[in-house]
Design a protein around this ligand. Structure first.
Ligand code: SF4
Length: 282
């Protein structure tokens, strides 16, 4: 894997209620074609050339060094660190990325900083090691379908759905807090699927976030877009209430917004605003 060096790693989100984040890889071999918001931003800023460039990730080789300098300076200000918004911390079949991610989480936890982690990869079992990782971390997967066809078309490099769920369930069974990001949920003209079937597979999770698909012409032009998302959001709410699962519906998904659940997922909106990290190609 190619390497880059950066001048800084930990950054505060531009959103006032969010906290700190780390993106220790540039690009992502999952190559999501919803499209990927992070890829669009990087392209717009001239950091990457195109999709082919994006799917060849570059690891931040001095990430741990940077953390050693930044943790003492920022420690008292940080409540939680999120990995990651513009890449995937447990990128499927990229052991170098997973290895670095584990070292980063361990370093942060040893400094008393807890982490939230979101992936479309597979969680390693090491995360249950109480001597290395905090029990206060939260682990999440993105899951918007169980269809192999959808996977091939829209998340070609990401982990298979069943394996992804299984690795999260493992962490849950070991007493760790787990949640699901059902975002960006596709419209029916992209994939015909049964939402209740997906929800049943993830009923063990502590929290679910549900959100619509943006930036996709086919989804936006879907005739019943508004009604479709409003109905699906209601289905998620009813499922979560019945099964005593916390939930949050992302803004713009439902006809009527409910801000009372915002606190549960106060970090999700961070993706909408992130500064460009300073980096040097090596
Ligand atoms: S996993 Fe996330 S960062 Fe990676 S390509 Fe997909 S949407 Fe983009």
């Amino acid at each position: 894997m190619k390497e880059i060096r950066r001048k800084s790693l930990l950054y505060k989100s531009g959103v006032e209620y969010a906290d700190y984040c780390i993106n220790h890889v540039e690009g992502c071999s999952h190559g999501c074609r919803y499209p990927c918001y992070a890829m669009m931003m990087k392209k717009r800023c001239g950091v990457i050339k195109d999709y082919n460039d994006w799917v060849k990730p570059k690891i931040v080789i001095n990430a741990l060094e940077l953390l050693d300098k930044e943790i003492p300076r920022l420690k008292d200000k940080i409540k939680v660190v999120h990995l990651s918004f513009t890449t995937d911390p447990f990128m499927y079949k990229q052991p170098e990325v997973a290895d670095l991610t584990l070292k980063i989480i361990e370093k942060l936890n040893r400094a008393g900083i807890r982490c939230t982690v979101l992936t479309k990869g597979i969680y390693p079992k090491e995360l249950t090691d109480k001597n290395r990782f905090s029990r206060d971390n939260e682990y999440a997967i993105t899951l918007v379908s169980l269809s192999d066809k959808f996977h091939q078309q829209f998340e070609p490099g990401a982990s298979p759905y069943r394996q992804r769920i299984k690795s999260l369930k493992y962490l849950h069974d070991k007493g760790l807090k787990t949640w699901i990001s059902m975002e960006p949920y596709p419209t029916m003209n992209l994939v015909e699927q049964d939402l209740s079937g997906i929800l049943n597979e993830i009923r063990f999770a502590d929290k679910i976030i549900f959100g619509k698909l943006n930036y996709n012409i086919k989804a936006s032009s879907f005739q019943n877009n508004k009604e479709f998302y409003d109905e699906r959001a209601k289905e998620v709410i009813s499922f979560c209430q019945k099964n005593k699962i916390d939930y949050h519906i992302k803004y713009g998904t439902q006809a009527t917004e409910d801000r009372s659940t915002e606190e549960i997922f106060r970090q999700d909106d961070m993706v909408s605003s992130y500064p460009e990290p300073v980096y040097i190609q090596v």
